[in-house]
Design a protein around this ligand. Sequence first.
Ligand code: DGT
Ligand code: CA
Ligand code: CA
Ligand code: ZN
Length: 574
Amino acid sequence: MLNRQFAGLLYEMANLLELDDDNPFRIRAYKKAAMAFEGLTKDISTMTLEELMRIPGVGRGLAEKADEFSRTGRVKEHQDLRRRIPQGLLSMLNVSGLGAKRVRFLYETLKIDSLGKLKAAAEGGKLRSLPGFAEKMETNILKGLEVAVQGVERMTLGEARLRMAEVLGFLKGTDGIIRLEPAGSLRRGKETVGDLDILCSSRNPDKVITRFIHAPFSKRTLAAGETKASVELMNGIQCDLRVVEDDSFGAALQYFTGSKEHNVALRERALKLGYTVNEYGLYRTSDDKKKKPLAGKTEEEIYKKLGLQWIPPELREQRGEIEAAEKGKLPKLIEEADIRGCFHSHTSESDGRNTLEEMAAAARKKGWEWLGSADHSQALKMTNGLSPDRMREKIGKIKALNKKSKSFQVLCSSEVDILADGSMDYDDDLMKELDFVIASVHSSFKQPEEKMTERIIRAMDNPHVDCIGHLSGRLLGQREAYAIDYEKIFEASRRTGTALEINGQPDRQDLYDVHATTAKGMGIRIATNTDAHSIDQLDHMSLAVTVARRAWLEKKDVLNTMSAREVREWCDGE
Ligand code: DGT
Ligand code: CA
Ligand code: CA
Ligand code: ZN
């Protein structure tokens, strides 16, 4: 599929156009289209110009570019831009604190067109005298450069939540704090997080800021003022804290939660209704600037004034949520409390750390009613996958265990390998004895798209396969998704009634949120799974549920909301 490559090209074009001081509306259109192509399940190379133009946010110009790209592997206008604008300027955009305007200005005034030259200029004190560049800015650029050169990547949502919990835990007790909440991409539950954003209201802002910049988790202070500060955490990631008046807390939380695209659309709507919204509140546009805002204490009252339902942060990506909120048609998103079990977990029989009994006890302690124990099948030697004999032994053990308890059930499941030709690693007789079969690809990742697609569809056609595990196979920061035709696979999933898993391992978060939305639309059943390899990893359910929420999924879309009895009946009925 060329879609992701093409989306990447559009993002780069947006940056290049920004460096070229092009029309802001055009730049935004490119970014929006890039997002649309990123989430598209149909392969652009199979689409006609008319079909491309039917993608929301894609006009004729962009459709023609997509067409050009799938025919020739390039886009002429992109190449022209690249020729005209020095490559180094693009890497300078990665330095935190440097936007397109500043990069352009540095290039025009000092001919700086690479990270090397930027570093030399900052070290030589050449920037501080430029208009708009104070001495502090110079220091910040040097710090930002270090990060840009080391190429510190975005962290996974899982990692970000752990760091956020540390910071909040430390700040919570500070004198004078009224409200304290995470904002930014973490609050939206994005799969990766660039930096942490925290919002606070306090009777004593000074105290919070001081405590924040002297906290044990802070490696160094990047900036500190009266109402905001930024520090670098031990893992090299930036954390921004803003302190606001409690009366503006809702407005600020809304603003700093983003996404930028959602906020831009919300502001446009406000203007049409005669309002202005900013981080301080919502005002009537005609009113005096100094007048008290009409709303601002809570997010709810801001959305309400704009004629909208309150929009859960996970939906704020400008993917139709504002239109849905206007009609009162937002989904009632699934919550972790709706979850009653997990189909996919491992024990020390294969590559897990805890025994079956320990895993079951931990699942029960979480308030679940059932747990699918799904050890690996034999092909996966490095995980100590179970031979058919060992698997039969395990089935017996689970039956005995279930007899002892009515209120909690263990499903004898297995994560069975889909072999390179699409056949399954266990024969049908053995799979028939299992309650639930998850079929996963763990080898020959580099097969051509057609082969990989056929391979997975063949697995789905096996009547004993209930669910496909981690469909895309991507590992964040380590491995690209394998090449598959999502449209064909989703169609086969619908036809065969095979569920698709949302895997909650922090580096997987697989299905992609946008793909899960498409699956839901096709009536495909989704399982939110932990793939836990230890008792504490059962908590990855929270990540799986977050992906489901970002995908607009409701309780009824997710198999894990079934009770022990329902799930038992469902498995027996298969
Ligand atoms: P990240 O950190 O890259 O994972 O993504 P965010 O969304 O956390 O972005 P960040 O940290 O740059 O800013 C946090 C939020 O603040 C962002 O989602 C929306 C808001 N925001 C920041 N800068 C702007 C801006 O220039 N315009 C608007 N409308 N909102 C902004
Ligand atoms: Ca952020
Ligand atoms: Ca930030
Ligand atoms: Zn697994």
